[in-house]
Every structure is written in C-alpha cells, then in structure tokens.
Design a protein around this ligand. Structure first.
Ligand code: SAM
Length: 236
C-alpha cells in the first residue's frame, strides 16, 4: 500500500507511512481502547507517580474548584462520592461543603492514591470522609447510598466506563446526580492532550446509552465543562 512507481511518489508515500506509524505508536502509548458507542479513545489512567501534579498551585486558577462546587450546589448533610479522588483535591472541599452531618466516599483504584489521601485527611483532622478501594469496573459503593457522584478529570480515563456507569446508577439515591467535570475537547486552545478532554457530544452519547440524561450544563470554568446528569427515570 505504501509503494509507488515514481520516486517522488515513493518519497511522499514513505513519509505518509512514517507519519501513520508515528500516530499509531503515539495512540498506543496514550489510549487504552476506544469507547464502543462514541468511538472515543480512552486515556490511560494517570499513575500515582504523578500525583503531585494534582496539587499544583496553578490548579486553583486553572480549575477554580470552589467555583465548580458552587455551580453544582451541594447541600449540607448530603452523601457524596468523589469517584477517582486521587490525592483528595476535591475530597477535602466536598468534606467542608457537606459538613458534620454529611459524608464523602472517596474512591480510587490506586492504593497509593488512597494512602496519600488518608495521610492528608489525618493531617487536616477531617472525619467525615470514608476511603473506598474500587476496581476498574466497580467503584464499590453500596446501592442507594449517595445523593451525588462527582468525577473530576476522571471519566475520560475509566477503562470500563459502561460497567462503572451501571454501578453508579445503582449507587445513586432517588433524585441523585452524576457530575462530570472534563476539559473541553471542542476548544483547541485548552492546553491538554486530546484523549484527556471530552466533548459534550461524546459525554451525552456515552451516558445516554447507559440511561442517564444531561439535566444541566455549566461552562463557568475557564477550561472545563461541568455536566450534570441524572438517571433518566428521575429526570422525567
Ligand atoms: C487525573 S486523576 C484526578 C484525581 C481527582 N479527581 C482530582 O481532580 O484531583 C484521575 C484519578 O482517577 C482514578 N481512576 C482511574 N480509573 C478509575 C476507576 N475506574 N475508578 C476509580 N478511580 C479511577 C485514578 O487512579 C486517578 O487517581
């Protein structure tokens, strides 16, 4: 397929072959498969070795976490799951929002992330957070246990998003919400690798296929979508 008769054609064809090989290698290094509904390349899980990046000072300006939580509107006393909690950047903020009468379930698949979060919770004397070790396809939340599931910069790297969404549907109480915060794929000026971004179209395609409906979208953040989904029956 890459051979041609004239020398010039051979040269062009060779560069095209080289380019497609480079692209294929780059994709193999960054993706862990494609989503069967949207065709989206699923990003690789961010390893715990890079955990310091999650607590970088610039993140306050780039992601404006308090503004994000204001837009979601979290009631004191609520039970909230921070799925893919990482180092707890959002967990500790959720803990303050739900207060003493509320509960935060911080889940992750990496033991090292949970260990680091455990140290943080102890250092900050936070008592309303429960750590939960999940697996690739199960966030390990009890049925009907939470009012809100929050995934910040996580959904795009779920290796088995369909299975996780099915479990999350079961974990949500009546009227519960599933919130995704994801870098905007529609905006090329957002300086994040493509497979770590999500478009609204992709998110809707994938979540609607699992029985969720987009109840509200907020774009108050400089770089990310806030997408608030509800199970279809609840949104009717
Ligand atoms: C980019 S980090 C974001 C961490 C945190 N949400 C934040 O905003 O700082 C993604 C996290 O999701 C976790 N993760 C990936 N797949 C997961 C899954 N299937 N279930 C739970 N956590 C997962 C990773 O281990 C990692 O800690």
């Amino acid at each position: 397929m890459c051979a041609n008769t004239s020398q010039r054609r051979v040269a062009i064809s060779a560069s095209a072959c080289l380019l497609s090989a480079v692209v294929a290698i780059a994709n193999a290094a960054t993706a862990q498969g494609t989503h069967p509904v949207s065709g989206r390349a699923i990003a690789r899980v961010m390893g715990h070795e890079g955990a310091d990046w999650l607590d970088r000072p610039e993140r306050l300006e780039e992601e404006q976490p308090e503004r994000a939580l204001d837009a979601i509107n979290i009631a004191p006393g609520a039970a909230v799951a921070d799925v893919g909690a990482g180092t707890g950047y959002f967990t500790v903020r959720l803990s303050r929002r739900v207060g003493d009468k509320g509960r935060v379930y911080a889940t992750d698949i990496q033991r090292e992330m949970l260990a680091r979060l455990d140290r943080r919770l102890k250092a900050e004397n936070i008592g309303n957070v429960e750590l939960v070790q999940g697996t690739e396809d199960d966030p390990a939340l009890a049925p009907q246990s939470v009012d809100l599931v929050l995934m910040v910069d996580v959904y795009h790297e779920l290796a088995r998003p369909q299975q996780v969404l099915r479990r999350l549907r079961t974990a949500l109480r009546s009227g519960g919400r599933l919130v995704l915060i994801e870098y905007r794929k529609e905006d090329p000026s957002v300086p994040i690798r493509l497979e770590h971004k999500m478009s609204v179209k992709e998110a809707r395609q994938e979540l609607e296929a699992e029985g969720f409906v987009l109840a509200r979208q907020s774009d108050v953040l400089p770089r990310q979508h806030i997408l608030i989904f509800q199970p279809m029956a609840a949104a009717r």
